[in-house]
Design a protein around this ligand. Structure first.
Ligand code: ADP
Ligand code: MG
Length: 273
């Protein structure tokens, strides 16, 4: 069964989308994994990164509207929404601007937190090693849906004081979701991003290490213009032998090892998740 990972932070500009694409690409290209990306942000930046061009097939909004009306959705319908990105071998379900209406559509739906979970049904996820959900910068229904569908979450945090301040709100939402709708949710890691050689970065890394040390990824993503170049060109960072590329490959290795360990703990008789 695929590992479903929500990449989230209610703050924009912390490298969620850059991480979804480049972590996904590193998992696919360097580790040979089959990866499905879900663009769950109405701004559709991930779809742009993947050079998605409108086609006759439905996007994520259609699936959400369908499930919200309590239509029993089939794996075939979801499967038809999955596109293939030839350059990286990634699979993805794109978003379009009409995803902004999803919150309204969901508002009156029964069991509205589980809509994305019902879309990412086992018949779909079993075909992938990883499913990465690129979340929108908000703590609303779409994010709650992503955290209900996921079994793991990654929180990219820009190494600046104000970015770290916002972490507490997301961490309490994580605890609430874990204690109610999704006890299987696991905070896999906080990912320090856009680090540089300033005192601000050093202080932020120290704070993150003191407050969240146990779940802080060892891999740190540094600030580099190569990130912008990659999103402009649509070429995955891991295909270059530059620092950012190496860091995303290291992150893919670290994540994969962590999830193998998590799986072993689940299977062991004394394992406690
Ligand atoms: N490591 C990095 N170094 C420098 N700029 C980065 C880095 N990662 C992302 N960026 C840039 O920061 C901006 C926001 O990144 P993005 O991934 O879209 O964030 P989010 O999805 O959290 O809003 C983009 O312009 C992106 O190119
Ligand atoms: Mg984004």
């Amino acid at each position: 069964m695929g590992n479903i990972i929500a990449i989230c932070n209610q703050k924009g500009g912390v490298a969620k989308t850059t991480t979804a694409f480049n972590l996904g690409a590193a998992l696919a290209l360097n580790k040979g994994k089959k990866v499905l990306l879900i663009d769950a942000d109405p701004q559709a930046n991930l779809s742009e990164y993947l050079r998605f061009e409108e086609d006759p097939l439905p996007t994520l909004s259609y699936l959400i509207a369908d499930v919200a009306q309590n239509t029993l959705i089939s794996a075939e319908t979801v499967g038809r929404c999955i596109r293939h990105h030839k350059m990286t071998g990634l699979y993805y379900i794109p978003a379009a601007i009409d995803l902004a209406n999803a919150e309204t559509i969901m508002a009156t739906a029964l069991s509205r937190e589980t809509i994305l979970k019902r879309i990412l049904m086992p018949e779909i996820t079993k075909d992938f090693d990883y499913i990465l959900i690129d979340c929108l910068p908000s703590l609303g229904s779409l994010l709650i849906n992503a955290l209900t569908a996921a079994d793991n979450m990654i929180i990219p945090v820009q190494t600046q004081k104000f970015s770290i301040d916002g972490l507490n709100a997301l961490y309490s939402l994580y605890l609430q979701i874990r204690s109610t709708i999704n006890p299987a949710l696991h905070l896999t890691g906080i990912l320090a991003t856009m680090a540089d050689h300033t005192v601000v970065t050093r202080t932020a890394l120290q704070t993150l290490s003191a407050d969240y040390g146990e779940v802080l990824f060892r891999t740190v993503i540094h600030k580099s213009v190569d990130a912008a170049k990659s999103s402009e060109s649509g070429i995955a960072l891991c295909t270059y032998r530059n620092r950012l590329g190496e860091e995303y490959i290291a992150l893919a290795d670290e994540l994969d090892a962590l999830l193998v360990q998590q799986q072993e703990l689940k299977l062991s008789p004394v394992g406690t998740n």
